[in-house]
Every structure is written in C-alpha cells, then in structure tokens.
Design a protein around this ligand. Structure first.
Ligand SMILES: [Zn+2]
Length: 277
C-alpha cells in the first residue's frame, strides 16, 4: 500500500502537470470502489467541472486536488492498495481498471486506475468537512516536534507499532516505514508507546530520516506502486529490515525477525531492538 513517500512522490509529479488546468468532464466506470461504495459523480462534477486545479497537495496518505474557487473545495483521493494516477492523452486507450477520469482542457485526461478497487475518490464541499481528513492526526513528516510527539505518546499503552500505524495519531505511515523507523531508532515494535516518550526525539529523527530517504528515492515499489510518470520507485533496495526476514541485520548480523500483529507484519532485529517493558 502506498505510504507517505509514495503519495508525496505522486503529488510532486502531478502538481506541475495539472496545476492551472481546467476540468471539463468527470467520468466514472460505475464500478464501486472502497467498501463497495459508489462514487459521488454528481458531487465530483459540482466541485470540478468548469473550474481550474489550483494545486495538488498531500495530507497523510491522501491526495487533494484543490479547485480554484471557491476556496477549500476540491477532490480527495486515496490510492488504497493498487491505485494509480496518470495524466495521459484523451485519444489514447484507457488502461484496464480505469475507474475515474477527469477530462482536462487541451485534450489530456487525469486517470485513476485501481485493479483491486480499495482506493477512493470523494468530493470535498468544503474539504474541511471530509471526514477522512478531519480524523487525521498531525502529519508524520512535518506535524510534530519532539515535545508534541512525547506528549502524544504519554499514557498510551498500545504498542509503539500500533501507535505509529494509527492515522488518527500520526498521519502517513504504514508497515514499511514503521518497521524501518523503529529499526533506525532501536525500538522494539511491541514496546508500550508510553515507554518511548523519553526517546521521542530519536523516534522523530528516525521517522523523518526514513521518510526523507523514501521520498529521495521516489518511493518503495514492492509490487504495484508507480509514480505519476509510471516509473517504479528505488527505495526497496534501501530497506534495512522490511521484507528481510531471516536475512542478516545490516548493523549486527543477527537474523531479522518477522512478527504479525493484528494481521500486519513487522520486521525487526531482536538484538538492535531489544524488548523493553
Ligand atoms: Zn541488529
């Protein structure tokens, strides 16, 4: 599933292509997307058709297309597991699994393609009233300093891994970057979040470093992810622990372990990340 660095890479790729372009039409495949919900086609047309895209920005793992008027209207997109966004000539054939198409003035289309249909496209009228955005915690890349992260950790008994995955507490992280950040900070994934509060500065440094590395390498492609140009990201080769079960830890040589909590895999080094109670 795309996480913050993949979404940020897509936003940076899309923004210069679509900013300032007028939207002339919205098309939907009539196949329901996330949770089998139908798309609000009428709402999408109301916030976009005849208007110009004022900007593209990211919030957590969400992509926001901002309309030029009125302010704070636009479209919220979540890529789910396999969602892709590409700008392509309207005359070219649409890829299989194309589910939403925004027709741009000048003959291009912004296409949302999603093979597994866990993604989501929703109008915001206003954006501030979109529940998925309103529920998000501060952004993992820029929303915290050590003091505010320590305060957020205080009194939380859940494991630090669960804390970091909870989008209401900190927005943008998923399994890959949580595994990498906890390894970098030397924190066992099952450590109660409250016990990490005195190490909030180290944890924040680790989160920032793995996200910055992921963005610099244009995202992690394990299977499906591609950027706005259809290119794979280069970050998979830089992963230290994620997906490396039983391989040697790059730091100490101990075999990396994989554990599954609540259906989600975490990879860690039992020596560099000792358990703390
Ligand atoms: Zn190690």
């Amino acid at each position: 599933m795309p996480e913050l660095p993949e979404v940020e890479t897509i936003v940076r790729g899309l923004e210069p292509i679509v900013r300032g372009r007028r939207i002339e039409s919205v098309w939907w495949s009539r196949r329901p997307l996330h949770l089998l919900r139908p798309i609000d086609l009428r709402g999408l047309r109301a916030v976009l058709v005849g208007r110009t895209i004022a900007g593209v920005r990211r919030r957590g793992k969400y992509i926001i297309l901002e309309s030029d008027r009125p302010r704070d209207e636009g479209v919220v997109i979540h890529l789910g597991m396999t969602g892709r966004l590409r700008v392509q000539p309207a005359a070219g054939a649409r890829a299989p699994h194309t589910h939403v198409v925004f027709g741009l003035a000048g003959g291009d289309e912004l296409r949302f393609v999603d093979a597994r249909r866990f993604g989501w496209v929703e109008p915001g009228r206003p954006l501030a009233r979109v529940a998925a955005l309103a529920d998000l915690g501060p952004d993992a890349l820029a929303g915290f300093d050590a003091t505010t992260l320590a305060a957020a950790l205080t009194g939380v008994r859940a494991p630090i891994k669960a804390f970091l995955l909870d989008q209401r507490r900190i927005a943008g992280l998923g399994n890959i970057y949580v595994s990498e950040a906890l390894f970098r900070a030397g924190i066992h994934p099952a450590t109660p979040a409250d016990r990490v509060r005195r190490r909030a500065a180290e944890l924040l440094e680790a989160v920032g470093a793995v996200l910055a590395g992921g963005i610099a390498r244009r995202g992690t492609t394990l299977r499906d992810y591609v950027d706005a140009d259809g290119q794979r990201g280069d970050n998979a080769a830089a992963l230290q622990v994620y997906g490396r079960a039983s391989k040697p830890c790059p730091s100490c040589g101990t075999a990396i372990r994989r554990r599954v909590d609540a259906g989600r895999a975490t990879f860690f080094c039992p020596r560099c990340q000792p358990p703390r109670r």
